[in-house]
Design a protein around this ligand. Structure first.
Ligand code: SF4
Length: 352
């Protein structure tokens, strides 16, 4: 049953900011606190590494609508990239700087909290759910470094965590909160049924930085160019196509399909652009400062993925120069599909 509105000692309604990720846990945390009579504003800090194609439905807006709360969405791309380039608290198994990322998002939330006169912030974090960022020490560190301290409530696990302001003030009673910890999902699924939350996505998906392939490409880019030299377009290109490192001076990116070919052409910048002439095949970008021999090798690699006839040479158009004003036609033999160099050059483990 819904409680009456909670007010503070001055008689003002108590307000909280709920971080919404589009996942089930953050929706539940917001729903639990709203049901207890607190005014809740949903907040989503959009992240650049969601890796999801533009969906017809927006899971964050869906989640706020299902809970019945207003939503604010904030973009802070430059700071996010800086965190990925220089994390202070290390990374998980991939290039995911989860602790720094949480601290950053909660600092943004802290600003919104001040802005709208809210008293605390809610997250869907669950003690023991994720090895890097959701053990007790990490949760405490994030609360401290985000400057939220005891204004950060994790309603799903609050009964196992140090006391927070909303509990101390009597706005929320611990016994009204669920007792969830660990990696199991059953308690959340049952709670979702209770709150009528449907269509929730699977947990923890969607961050490119935890993916092996993306992380391998990012590590390569940081080590070859230096982290500060990888700009937003560079980060975006790492999510597209097949990547091959031929040498420190030459990397080749080949599109998987027409859509990727178009995106590669659009994001080429000063990279050389390769396209097969008169037959179907991928668009390729060559990054760095390739020698003539490396450019021909890149064309042979591209030709291997084109619809060529066996043992026939392929003509590949190379556009280079700052404005792609120099056109060269390269006639090359496609590399054999089983050429061992291909696996050595490949910068990921997605063998498509
Ligand atoms: S998984 Fe990605 S988005 Fe989530 S906290 Fe870690 S780095 Fe940030």
């Amino acid at each position: 049953m819904k409680r009456k509105r909670v007010v503070d000692s001055a008689g003002r309604p108590v307000k909280a900011i709920a971080m919404l990720s589009g996942g089930l846990d953050s929706s539940l945390a917001a729903a639990v606190v709203k049901r207890l009579g607190i005014d809740v504003l949903g907040l989503h800090v959009r992240h650049l590494f969601s890796g999801k194609p533009a969906a017809e439905r927006d899971p964050i807006a869906d989640s706020a609508a299902q809970i019945g709360i207003p939503l604010r969405v904030i973009d802070r791309p430059d700071e996010q990239l800086e965190i990925v380039r220089h994390p202070h608290h290390g990374t998980g198994a991939g290039m995911n700087p989860c602790i720094d990322c949480r601290i950053f998002i909660l600092r943004v939330a802290s600003g919104v909290m001040e802005d709208v006169g809210a008293q605390f912030v809610i997250t869907g974090e669950v003690l023991g759910q994720r090895p890097m960022s959701q053990h007790l020490k990490a949760l405490e560190l994030v609360a401290k470094q985000s400057a939220l301290e005891d204004r950060l409530l994790r309603p799903l696990s609050a009964r196992f965590l140090p006391e927070t302001l909303p509990v101390r003030e009597g706005w929320i009673r611990l016994e009204d909160l669920p007792e969830i910890h660990g990696r199991g999902r059953q308690p959340q699924i049952e709670l979702a049924r209770y709150y009528g939350i449907r269509d929730f996505p699977q947990p923890a998906g969607g961050c490119l930085l935890i993916e092996k392939a993306y992380s391998a490409r990012l590590r390569d880019a940081f080590s070859v160019y230096g982290a500060d030299q990888v700009d937003r377009q560079g980060f975006e290109l790492l999510a597209l196509g097949r990547h091959f490192r031929l040498s420190a001076n030459a990397k080749v990116i080949l599109g998987h399909d027409e859509q990727e070919n178009a995106k590669l052409a659009e994001k080429a910048g000063e990279r050389a652009v390769l396209d097969p002439v008169e037959l179907m095949g991928p668009t390729g970008l060559v990054e760095g400062n390739p020698s003539d021999e490396e450019l021909r090798l890149a064309a042979s690699l591209l030709a291997r993925y084109s619809d060529h006839r066996p043992d026939e040479s392929v003509r590949v158009r190379a556009l280079s120069g700052p404005q792609h004003e120099q056109e060269t036609i390269l006639e090359v033999l496609p590399l054999a599909a089983d050429d061992e160099r291909i696996a050595l050059w490949r910068l990921d483990d997605t063998k498509r």
